[in-house]
Design a protein around this ligand. Sequence first.
Ligand SMILES: C[S@@+](CC[C@H](N)C(=O)[O-])C[C@H]1O[C@@H](n2cnc3c(N)ncnc32)[C@H](O)[C@@H]1O
Length: 347
Amino acid sequence: MSDNTVATRQRKRLRRMAAQGVTRSTVIVHTDCRPALDALRPHFAHAQNAPILNTLVALVEKEITKPVNVAQVKQLSLFRYPGGKTWLVPEIRKWLNTLPYRPQRFVEPFAGGGIVGLTAAAENLADQVVLSEIDDAVASVWHTLLNGSAADVDWLCQQILDFDMTLPNVSAILTASADTVTKRAFQTIIRNRVQRGGILAPGASIMKEGENGKGLKSRWYPETLVRRIMAIQHFRHRLIFRQEDAFAIIQEWTDDPHIAWFIDPPYTAGGKKAGKRLYTHPSVNHPRLFESIMLAQGECLMTYDDAPEVHALVQKHGMRVERVPMKNTHHNILYELLITKAPRRAE
Ligand SMILES: C[S@@+](CC[C@H](N)C(=O)[O-])C[C@H]1O[C@@H](n2cnc3c(N)ncnc32)[C@H](O)[C@@H]1O
């Protein structure tokens, strides 16, 4: 059959279909949305499907534009994080509201579990939130959630939901070679749930007894974790994750006056060694950190343990400090320091 005959037949077919109200249409589609388009494709050619497809569109529109009810998602982070700052979230909100500007960027260079940055993004407290963390394992989770494709995020959710939390299964996951970022992310989530105190640093042990005799399952809430992942996807467009050294991140935006910095470094100054077994990267040059943040244009909130060496750095740089009481896991009252730059004098 000649090319001409094929083309003529095709034209006739299209004319017949047009007479029945079926016409050709071009759509621009993102690769991640391709499966949805392919699933719907056969249903578009029949007029009787129009009402149901229109209802579907209305539902999807409602879902896409629905604001997240953050109050329903109290804890947004996937991590149980040693030194995590969930308790500080109300203070951060207060501090951001007292700033003389709305931050264009909220930057958390020592992100860890990132609860503060996640809250800032969820509550739209800044136009953009940047999280940075150098730990490979922790970063694999952030990369998957914030830089991964929809398929990566779906895969992670499915692994979490399908996982049967038994000791042999945990051992198999933790000893497997995780050769992709998403596999590493799943391995990290499991490790974070089963190791004492959520500690990911080498040497941390598995809590076989767990809480209330519930063993390994005592910290395993798969549906909750997946709900948090889905919640984060709602405001992911405001979040950026970078796996970089905190000093490089501070340097990058040192001249930007529209930033708010939240600085929560691992603390090992003053001879306190706790941080050394909590984190894979426990060492930070604290005097250099104070200098860098004082040189940066934006306002900052730093948190530290209440130690004489920290007070000395605060005094050296003429910063403001507030002692905030908090309860540790043994219900003892400890003090944490909230450190900010002193207000600038009017020129
Ligand atoms: C105290 S924790 C942060 C906890 C976090 N605020 C939270 O609420 O989960 C400090 C984090 O800084 C990371 N870290 C250490 N040195 C770093 C560096 N030079 N650059 C970026 N991150 C670093 C550690 O891996 C650790 O996760």
